[in-house]
Ligand binder design. Structure first.
Ligand SMILES: *[C@@H]1O[C@H](CO)[C@@H](O)[C@H](O)[C@H]1NC(C)=O
Ligand SMILES: *[C@@H]1O[C@H](CO)[C@@H](O)[C@H](O)[C@H]1NC(C)=O
Ligand SMILES: *[C@@H]1O[C@H](CO)[C@@H](O)[C@H](O)[C@H]1NC(C)=O
Ligand SMILES: *[C@@H]1O[C@H](CO)[C@@H](O)[C@H](O)[C@H]1NC(C)=O
Ligand SMILES: *[C@@H]1O[C@H](CO)[C@@H](O)[C@H](O)[C@H]1NC(C)=O
Ligand SMILES: *[C@@H]1O[C@H](CO)[C@@H](O)[C@H](O)[C@H]1NC(C)=O
Length: 637
């Protein structure tokens, strides 16, 4: 979080007086008490600025969107303006760019003009030119994927990376929390407290290798109860969360920006939003990068979100995690050290067999562990494999994972317990705990996670599949049993976790029937400008094959593909080649001539400047934060 960023360097004094009268006007109109802010000669002027559709205020802890039932949301919002610039959040290379927070109201149901309900989308923008520099010519709109990833969170975490890496610091960066997500309203959270969800996740997410007979009946009943709770709390909201509606929200954001065509960097599931939006609004397409590319047509099939993701997770483990470990050697990877005095370098086949033995030993019996913060701890097969899958997203985590597996193999559970007990949320945060008083939840910094949103979106997107009508189709539990088996047989690392992403869909239609709108057109509409796809050879979530199939459908007039040879989910392992093409495209609109361009990561895993002596627990913690940015949740466990 950027709340601790230093205040800006001193501003020229000429900026200090011109907005004086506007400040006074603000006080008169909105009754903002300035008593504790002594400087009426404030240098930065008035927020929200008139006619700003996002109603941007300099971000502070208070700037989350006002409640939907607030009769005068605009006034409530304006009263959250804190004129004390010491409390604002600054960034960029010189510390004079600013984080602005706002919101945009959109129809909850775009298909029904007589439905007055709205969704209130939280928006955060990093404005490179500072508080009164005005917007950049183009704004880089970013989305982290999920479904369920927070775009406002992404801007806080990664704005410097995006603005510098992709636009030489020239474009503002804007992220939004998609409908249902994080600080957008209504929030699609069906457990009032994260602690309750955590308990259910443990019960529900047993992996097939360890699940007892009949486990799917239990998991399906739990899913039914979760959707029942969603229905009780959120009513028909589940009809309005499809990717198609999210795409309509993107178009509203473009219009609110006042830009003729959209500039964007959408990652992972965000590429599904991007493909859908581009084909619904082809004349609005400007310069859009889709990185970690999925083929959104796959998600029209029941379970497609899961089983089309499996191609390369096992390759990433074998060639990447293990193979690159041996390439980097014992100085960088603990698993490359010969064990028990055996002579000669470790061979890949032997290491693979050893790791297989270690991981599968947990099927028969989990290993007890301990951490001072959690007390008792248990290393289960499901939790360990889930951690391994998460690590395949982000090769920066590999030295830490290798250290942990090496110690576990030697019977030392310390690191394993620390990694696996790491909480998805802060268990000391009152918002996570039912025992605390509910009034604490009104504090804007405390909001429960929205994992249910993930299922509601995935399931909405396949709710009209003809498969539902086939005999022995997905309305039968046996259909899912077979799917579970085939997915885990294809990919032991990702099969279970991906299965649990889609399994709730068996229960979706009985609560919400058909979503209000699902885009079912082709993905080859003639776009105003070609888009740039990036897909990775070892991506554990969005295999290269999917990006290639999308490219084939879109055609040369509408798309180019960068084949990024590297590890991890999206092009995050860094390539001057990939970044150069991306930057050139965002700044000038130029795409490569060729349909496909090969780019290679600059460095190999274990050698990313990580030293073996770096604290593995700290490395792993940073890794988990990266995963949160990608999707806002863990992997099916
Ligand atoms: C449209 O909204 C109105 C007002 O909420 C509601 O009565 C009506 O049933 C809705 N129509 C459809 C088709 O959902
Ligand atoms: C939710 O939004 C807030 C405000 O923008 C942000 O600080 C936080 O990081 C977001 N949560 C996640 C999980 O990204
Ligand atoms: C990824 O999976 C595909 C099968 O869909 C395979 O052809 C390809 O070789 C795999 N890529 C890597 C890098 O192993
Ligand atoms: C090394 O030896 C110890 C003690 O005999 C044993 O517990 C451990 O499993 C061995 N490790 C490997 C990798 O063979
Ligand atoms: C177990 O591993 C931890 C963490 O790496 C280390 O601090 C500790 O000394 C190890 N314990 C033993 C008995 O080797
Ligand atoms: C898109 O592809 C379909 C076949 O899948 C074809 O019928 C249609 O003509 C194509 N549309 C455009 C605009 O190329």
């Amino acid at each position: 979080m950027k709340e601790e960023l230093p205040p800006p360097t001193a501003q020229p004094s000429s900026r200090r007086t011109s907005k004086f009268s506007l400040i006074v006007a603000l006080v008169l109109i909105y009754g903002v008490g300035l008593s504790k802010h002594h400087d009426l000669h404030h240098p930065y002027g008035l927020f929200p600025q008139p006619d700003d559709p996002f109603r941007f205020l300099p971000c502070t802890r208070a700037t989350v969107p006002p409640a939907l039932d607030d009769p005068d949301a605009a006034a409530t919002w304006a009263s959250r303006f804190d004129p004390d610039h010491e409390n604002w959040n600054w960034g960029g290379p010189n510390g004079d760019g600013i984080f602005l927070c706002g919101y945009l109201d959109v129809p909850l149901d775009y298909t029904n003009q007589s439905d007055p309900r709205i969704a209130r989308l939280a928006v955060t923008k990093f404005q490179v030119s500072g508080p009164h520099g005005g917007k950049s010519e183009r704004t880089l709109v970013v989305n982290p994927g999920g479904p369920g990833g927070s775009g406002t969170g992404l801007v806080w975490r990664a704005t410097d990376e995006f603005s510098q890496r992709f636009t030489n610091g020239q474009y503002d960066v804007l992220g939004w929390d998609p409908r249902g997500v994080n600080t957008s309203l209504p929030r699609a959270a069906c457990f009032p407290f994260d602690a309750n969800r955590d308990r259910w996740a443990l019960l529900r997410g047993q992996y097939r290798e360890v699940a007892g007979p009949g486990h799917l009946e239990l998991a399906d009943a739990l899913n039914e109860a979760i959707f029942q709770a969603c229905y009780e709390q959120l009513g028909d909201l589940g009809r309005f969360l499809s990717t198609t509606f999210v795409a309509r929200d993107v178009e509203e954001i473009r219009k609110a920006l006042g830009e003729k065509d959209l500039t964007g960097y959408f990652v992972s599931y965000g590429t599904g939003i991007g493909q859908t939006w581009a084909n619904m609004f082809p004349s609005s397409v400007g310069r859009l990068i889709l990185d970690g590319t999925e083929y959104v047509r796959d998600h029209r099939k029941v379970g497609g979100f899961g089983y089309t993701a499996l191609d390369n997770a096992t390759d990433a483990w074998h060639d990447g995690f293990l193979g690159e470990c041996l390439h980097a050697g014992p100085e960088h990877c603990a698993l490359a050290s010969p064990k028990n005095g055996t002579a000669g370098p470790v061979r890949l086949a032997d290491l693979d067999a050893r790791m297989h033995d270690l991981v599968s030993s947990l099927i028969h019996r989990p290993i007890p562990g301990y951490t001072p913060s959690s007390g008792p701890s248990i290393i289960t097969y499901s939790a360990l494999v889930s951690s391994i899958y998460g690590a395949m997203y982000n090769a920066v985590s590999w030295p830490a994972l290798a250290q942990m597996l090496s110690e576990l193999e030697d019977g030392n559970t310390t690191l394993a317990a620390h990694f696996i007990e790491a909480w998805e949320y802060d268990p000391r945060d009152p918002a996570s705990c039912p025992s605390s008083s509910s009034s604490s939840r009104s504090s804007p910094s405390l909001s429960p996670s929205t994992d249910e949103l993930t299922y509601l979106v995935i399931c909405a997107d396949s709710a009209d599949s003809p498969e539902w009508l086939t005999p022995d189709g997905p309305q039968e539990l046996s259909w899912w049993t077979s799917l579970w088996e085939s997915m885990t047989n294809q990919a032991w690392i990702s099969g279970n976790s991906r299965f649990y992403n889609v399994f709730p869909c068996r229960q979706f239609n009985r609560f919400w029937g058909q979503p209000a709108e699902l885009y079912r057109g082709d993905l080859n509409q003639s776009l105003a400008n070609p888009i740039l796809l990036i897909a990775e050879t070892y991506d554990p979530a969005t295999p290269l094959r999917n990006g290639r199939r999308l490219l084939t459908e879109m055609g040369h007039a509408n798309a180019r593909l960068v084949v990024h040879h590297g590890y991890g989910h999206s092009s995050r392992d860094g390539s001057a080649c990939t970044d150069g093409i991306a930057r050139g495209y965002l700044l000038t609109g130029q795409v490569p001539e060729e349909g496909e361009t090969d780019c290679f990561a600059d460095e190999r895993p274990y050698l990313y400047g990580v030293k073996k002596r770096d604290d593995p627990v700290a490395l792993w913690k940073a890794h988990l934060e990266t995963l949160t940015a990608f999707g806002g949740r863990r992997f099916g466990f």
